[in-house]
Design a protein around this ligand. Structure first.
Ligand code: DGL
Length: 273
């Protein structure tokens, strides 16, 4: 484990979704450097088995550790649901996922105690949000719905497209019938189509994007370990981006959602790790 506050934070996801978490870390911990990895060759994760996701997550963790990161954020709900425990027990580095932070906020915010969770087939099938929410309050009613096409729509950049609205209306109908007042965006790709989801669910439903709370959880963790960066080293660009396929497409997407243009994205062979 690297005990160097000026070392970067590793952040990973199956593709561009984790950029929604990276963006919150950039906003809330502006002195931190970030090494981001998007597994664009193997996206989507949501339809793959637990064993496969653990294997992918181990490879990425090894790669990030080679980049000398001081902590890792698993910016993917599917990988958090399937692989976080394995990673934490196998690697000697602070690692956090994105599930607990969102569940805590939802439990606090709900008034009618009916919480919806949308995510990939893997995340919803694991029922991890439900288990976590019930450990906070067993009386909460938790209704999960897998929305796998949202990942492809977000990766395609169809963030405000009539097709996305139609797909959302079809997936979310069931949740609307259940009278939830809080909806956890349980996939890091979904904040990219937040306005479409909000439009379909209507004003009475509060959407919870766990990215912000994850950034705060990271801040507390680094603070407790004495690993918070004190100030950015102004001479370098503090963010590095790596992918497993098609770096140009990723770069164009990242440039459209981050508040600055990234100069370079490097493609690496993740299977080597
Ligand atoms: N963004 C990821 C998540 O939070 C995974 C999406 C996917 O690759 O299926 O679950």
């Amino acid at each position: 484990m690297i005990k160097d506050a000026s070392a970067p934070i590793g952040v990973f996801d199956s593709g561009v979704g984790g950029l929604t978490v990276a963006r919150e870390i950039m906003r809330n911990l502006p002195s931190e450097k970030i090494v981001y990895f998007g597994d664009t060759a193997r996206v989507p994760y949501g339809s793959k088995s637990k064993d496969t996701i653990i294997r992918f997550s181990r490879q990425i963790t090894r790669f990030l550790i080679e980049q000398k990161v001081k902590a890792i954020v698993v910016a993917c709900n599917t990988a958090s649901a399937f692989a976080l425990d394995a990673l934490k027990s196998e690697f000697d580095i602070p690692i956090i996922g994105v599930i607990e932070a969102g569940a805590l906020v939802a439990a606090k915010e709900t008034r009618n105690r009916r919480i919806g969770v949308i995510g990939t087939e893997g995340t919803i099938g694991s029922r991890i949000h439900e288990r976590f929410l019930h450990s906070i309050d067993p009386s909460l009613e938790v209704i999960g719905k897998a929305c796998p096409l949202f990942v492809s729509l977000a990766e395609e950049g169809w963030l405000h497209d009539p097709v996305t609205t139609l797909v959302a209306a079809r997936y979310l109908e069931e949740l609307k019938q259940k009278d939830i007042d809080t909806l956890i965006l349980g996939c890091t790709h979904y904040p990219l189509i937040r306005s479409t989801i909000a439009g379909v669910m209507g004003e009475g439903v509060r959407l919870v994007n766990p990215a912000y709370e994850t950034a705060l959880e990271l801040k507390v963790l680094l603070g407790d370990m004495g690993l918070l960066a004190l100030k950015a080293e102004a001479e370098d660009f503090p963010y590095r981006f790596f992918v497993s396929d098609l770096a140009e497409k990723f770069k164009a997407f990242a440039n459209s959602i981050l508040p600055f243009d990234i100069a370079m994205t490097q493609k690496i062979d993740i299977e080597k790790y």
